[in-house]
Design a binder for this molecule. Structure first.
Ligand SMILES: Cc1cc2nc3c(=O)[nH]c(=O)nc-3n(C[C@H](O)[C@H](O)[C@H](O)COP(=O)(O)OP(=O)(O)OC[C@H]3O[C@@H](n4cnc5c(N)ncnc54)[C@H](O)[C@@H]3O)c2cc1C
Length: 368
């Protein structure tokens, strides 16, 4: 089979991470070939709730990525929507973390953090909370409201990025699985699919929960773990939900199309099974109704599930492959990939351009 034209970058995986890298690289003048074994963004990035949550004291080592992403998102969405010509479902509702206690011990620390990081935040007392969110359960007496938080349809964001990348010359290969990365003398030369051999200067593995199989191929450890998340959406919720509401690791979110989604289960033993289960939906309905009882009487509109790219220690895996000059692994964003993708992409590209891994990426090195 003849070689295809060489590109600067071959990106394996067309979820939010791969699409964002393709977009950013092409905007900087690089040539890119992007591969997905299915259509773009069918996996975690399609299942995602797409909440672009604010950096927080719980961001840990991902804080620099989260901050970059959070600041960048509004303009990024404007840019890609203008280029692609369709809406990404960006819905700037803000987010309210609900509390059953009028004063919380950790609240002051959170407020200090937000002030220091230039993130708007406001404590809502019982009365203002109820005025803002009349649908919430009576158990809640206070809330921490972050007005800049938004949500998106992440599959639409990925697709808009890929379209904008294609307009800038990227070649997008859907339904074309990469089944080999050719390595010679410590360097990757090309990727292979059933359709051909694609030479590339640098290969980026952004295959989400499936990245592990490239580790076996490259003789390195890429310890990704699929973690299923189930979600559901209802319509006709009255009174309406006005912002993303979170409590007890579950959130409900009003979406741009008028539906209200709830998520998500966290099932680390799911393997690669991304089916929806009756138990999962019953659990979600119960949790969502504990936030806003009206959720349970909404009309069921959709259910879905996806496999988050988890890792053994919970932190992303971002860095050059040990012993291979020109292969980067960019995955493992677990529950935060919608937020973290743009910041990740910027830092990865800066690192590749400078030849030195950015300090903010060091905690995510492979083989740590
Ligand atoms: C239910 C749920 C809710 C979530 N909610 C949020 C949220 O509100 N906010 C947030 O920040 N994050 C959220 N996340 C997490 C976020 O969606 C993920 O971290 C992110 O989508 C991961 O993107 P990815 O590109 O790494 O992986 P994926 O989107 O899974 O993309 C990987 C791609 O690689 C492709 N691929 C695999 N093997 C090959 C191969 N051999 N050749 C070519 N292509 C291949 C796959 O087909 C897939 O398209 C949620 C996730 C889930 C599942």
């Amino acid at each position: 089979m003849a070689d295809e034209r060489a590109t600067d970058f071959a990106i394996i995986g067309g979820g939010i991470v791969g699409c964002c890298l393709a977009y950013d690289l092409t905007q900087q003048g690089h040539s890119v070939a992007l591969f997905d074994r299915r259509e773009l963004s069918r996996e975690a990035s399609r299942a995602s709730a797409g909440i672009i949550s604010a950096p927080s004291p719980r961001s840990g080592d991902t804080l620099p990525l989260a901050e970059r992403s959070f600041k960048r998102y509004p303009e990024l969405i404007r840019d890609i929507e203008a280029r692609a010509g369709f809406s990404t479902g960006w819905h700037a509702t803000g987010m309210t973390a609900l509390s059953t206690q009028a004063t919380g011990e950790g609240r002051a620390a959170f407020l200090d953090f937000y002030r220091e990081h230039g993130i708007q935040a406001e404590v809502l007392d019982q009365q203002s909370l109820r005025e803002q969110e009349p649908a919430i359960h009576e158990q809640f007496v206070a809330g921490l409201h972050l007005p800049q938080v938004a949500s998106v349809r992440l599959d639409q964001v990925s697709r808009a990025m890929a379209i904008a990348a294609a307009q800038a010359g990227a070649r997008i290969h859907e339904h074309e699985a990469v089944n080999e990365i050719e390595v010679r003398n410590g360097r990757a030369g090309a990727v292979r699919t059933v359709n051909g051999r694609y030479p590339a200067g640098t290969v980026i593995v952004a295959a989400g929960a499936w990245s592990r199989m490239f580790g076996e191929m490259l003789d390195i450890e890429i310890p990704t773990v699929p973690v299923r998340g189930q979600m559901m959406a209802v319509t006709d919720v009255r009174p309406p939900i006005n912002s993303v509401l979170s409590y007890d690791a579950v959130y409900i979110l009003p979406r741009a199309d008028g539906s209200v989604a709830a998520g998500a289960t966290e099932e680390p033993d799911s393997g690669f099974d991304s089916t929806v289960t009756p138990e999962g939906l019953a659990w979600l309905t119960g949790k969502a109704a504990a936030i806003a009882p009206a959720f349970a009487s909404g009309k069921l509109a959709a259910t879905w599930a996806g496999l988050r790219p988890g890792t053994l220690d919970g932190a992303p895996l971002i860095g050059p492959a040990p012993h291979l000059d020109n292969v980067w692994i960019v995955t493992g964003h677990f529950r935060g990939g919608a937020l973290l993708a743009p910041g990740t992409s910027e830092l990865v590209i800066e690192s590749i351009a400078s030849g030195e891994v950015h300090a903010a990426l060091m905690p995510f090195a492979l083989g740590r």
